[in-house]
Design a protein around this ligand. Structure first.
Ligand SMILES: [Fe+2]
Length: 247
């Protein structure tokens, strides 16, 4: 190699190497704090009660947006970057609306997907939960009627819940927007064991404006086995953590 060519090559290498070194030493981009888990069943698994298109949009667009917007809001509040989803929800009233709404949206929807299962696979209600519902509401049918009434009475968007209240008794409650009964701002706080999404995005494609029809038919896909397991965990003093790590 001629001396001039060699010197040009060395100069080029010296120019290029620092760039390579920077690329190799640069910290890997931090993964998103929260991620969207896949649905625990196929999008069409809840047909005909909830149609596949509604499930795809609800999970893939709405829930994904809550996760993305929560991560964006947390990136602007680095002091909260290591907070768990549960701790954000518990102090939602002290946080920016973007964190309250999107943390609630992420928690609520994760809980909602896990509450349901294909009709052929739903579990049975436990004797303990059935007895508690009978004692509090008179019968399972009366409970369902009261739950529907609370869901249809929720003006605008929100959720209807069956919770174990601070007094240890079952109660039906409703929250606006993406609030939930675990939040410090909830009118009636408690541990949710069952919750239904009464935002129009949950039912409008199939049921249009008939929220009551959706609430009636929804029972066909409620996994009472899962609800009963939550009830057992909460009443035995153990926090129900399955699927709710959030990170
Ligand atoms: Fe929703």
């Amino acid at each position: 190699m001629r001396p001039r060519a060699l010197s040009l090559l060395l100069a080029a290498a010296a120019f290029a190497l620092p760039g390579i070194a920077r690329a190799q030493n640069a910290p890997a981009p931090a993964p998103p704090a929260f991620t969207l888990a896949p649905l625990p069943y196929a999008a069409d698994a809840l047909e005909p009660v909830i149609d596949a298109e509604t499930m795809r949009i609800h999970h893939g667009k709405h829930h994904q947006a809550y996760v993305d917007n929560l991560n964006k809001a947390l990136a602007e509040n680095p002091v909260l970057k290591d907070a768990s989803l549960e701790s954000l929800v518990a102090r939602a009233g002290t946080l920016a609306p973007a964190i309250r709404n999107n943390a609630g949206g992420h928690w609520n929807h994760t809980f909602f997907w896990e509450t349901m299962a294909p009709t052929a696979k739903v579990g049975a209600i436990s004797p303990a939960l059935a007895a508690a519902i009978d004692a509090r509401f008179g019968s399972l049918d009366k409970f369902k009627a009261a739950f529907k009434a609370a869901g249809t009475a929720r003006f605008g968007s929100g959720w209807v819940w069956l919770v174990i209240g601070k007094d240890g008794k079952l109660a039906i409650t409703s929250t606006p927007n993406q609030d939930n009964p675990l939040m410090d701002v909830a009118e009636a706080r408690g541990t949710p064991v069952l919750g239904n999404d009464v935002w129009e995005h949950a039912y409008y494609l199939k049921h249009q404006n008939r929220r009551g029809d959706y609430l009636d038919r929804w029972w066909q896909v409620v996994d009472w086995g899962k609800v009963s397991a939550r009830y057992a965990a909460a009443t035995s003093g153990q926090a129900e953590q399955a699927g709710h790590e959030g990170h």
